[in-house]
Design a protein around this ligand. Structure first.
Ligand code: SAM
Length: 345
């Protein structure tokens, strides 16, 4: 810390280039771990700038690999950078980086899908949910095969204020396949509007930052990549439990091109389907002939509230899944057709 009280600026000393690190440690990319590296530090600096001011910040980086983005995060002034990497081959290169930034880089060999981030940072950095976000950021050039399950898992943590969100409204700056990035940020009535758009936008401000052409990566993926920034909302736009919202949204998008009631009615058992679906849509004041993509967050809020009301009248409803009803019917039909014919009377 400088005498003025300002955080002294930090620059990494001269290091081998990322390309040289890849050669030195023989880091051939593997497809199974969706490894596409960024070697251009101007580009990794640009990604890191989207996170905002990182001076003195705590950061978790997902999948540092050979460490390009890691260097940019350190050069941006992060005081405490925790990296979670699944592939052991990258650990020696990351250790080299750790020596060049004493006391700033912590390396975890692990899987981000199971890593307990709530234990990764001191609780003193926590901020009450309604206040400004804590000085903690998650940044990552995500492996494609993990990005969608990971963001869904983190959205659920966000709703429950657990995991990385036990510290408050932790911000995320992440890359996704361009098509997934478009779905995350799609507005009502746009072609890319989907389950993911609603689930992300009811919980956060989602901002599409910029697109990285596939050719910027080594090896080059078949698709372009979008950088997306998320800030959790102090007041989520829907006040029902995450699982309930997820069920309503999943059912609404069951038939993308049909009227929304076609998917929504599947929330209810066949015997009472028409009455309950009508009651829900009426209570929510939603036009049943809207397409799922035309439903606004306000519509989803009203639908989730109406569905929660019906579940409180009949608690069995919450556990109902139409796929399970179909599966059971199929089993019964199969058993029926396998039964020996009735003896002649
Ligand atoms: N950050 C590096 C860059 O930008 O060049 C590498 C990005 S590469 C797209 C994804 C990285 O995530 C790889 O290093 C890969 O080994 C790592 N990875 C893949 N699955 C992972 C998981 N489940 N948990 C942690 N890291 C993972």
């Amino acid at each position: 810390m400088a005498a003025s009280g300002k955080i002294a600026s930090f620059r990494l000393p001269p290091l081998p280039t990322i390309g040289e690190v890849i050669k030195l440690y023989k880091l051939r990319a593997t497809k199974q771990l969706s490894q596409n590296f960024l070697l251009d530090l101007r580009l990794t600096d640009k990604i890191v700038r989207q996170a905002g001011n990182l001076k003195g910040a705590h950061v978790c980086e997902v999948g540092p690999g050979p460490g390009g983005l890691t260097r940019s995060i350190l050069n941006a002034g992060a005081a405490d950078l925790l990296v979670v990497e699944k592939d052991t081959r990258f650990i020696p290169g990351l250790q080299l980086l750790s020596e060049a930034a004493p006391g700033k880089l912590r390396i975890v060999h692990g899987d981000i899908l199971t890593y307990r981030m709530d234990r990764g940072f001191p609780s003193v950095i926590s901020k009450p949910w309604e206040e400004d976000p804590p000085n903690l950021h998650i940044i990552g050039n995500l492996p494609f095969n993990v990005s969608t399950p990971l963001i869904i898992k983190w959205l659920e943590h966000m709703a429950n204020r657990t995991g990385p969100f036990a510290f408050g409204r932790t911000r995320l700056t992440l890359t996704f396949q361009k098509e997934v990035a478009e779905r995350l940020t799609a507005s009502t009535a746009s072609r890319q509007r989907s389950r993911l758009s609603v689930m992300a936008q009811y919980l956060c401000t989602v901002h599409s930052c910029f697109t990285i052409p596939g050719r910027a990566f080594v090896p080059k993926p078949a698709v372009d990549v979008g950088v997306v920034h998320f800030t959790p909302l102090a007041q989520p736009q829907i006040q029902q439990p995450f699982k309930l919202v997820e069920k309503v949204v999943r059912n609404a998008f069951q038939f993308r091109r049909k009227y929304c009631y076609r998917g929504l009615e599947l929330l209810f058992p066949e015997a009472s389907r028409p009455e309950l679906a009508e009651a829900m849509l009426r209570q929510a004041d939603v036009d049943p002939t809207l397409r799922p993509t035309e439903l606004t967050l306000g519509h989803f809020r009203a639908l989730a509230d109406a569905y929660a009301g019906l579940c409180s009248l009949d608690p069995g409803l919450a556990a109902y899944e139409f796929r399970e009803e179909l599966r059971l019917k199929r089993i019964i039909r199969k058993k029926g057709s396998a039964a020996p014919p009735c003896p002649p009377t």
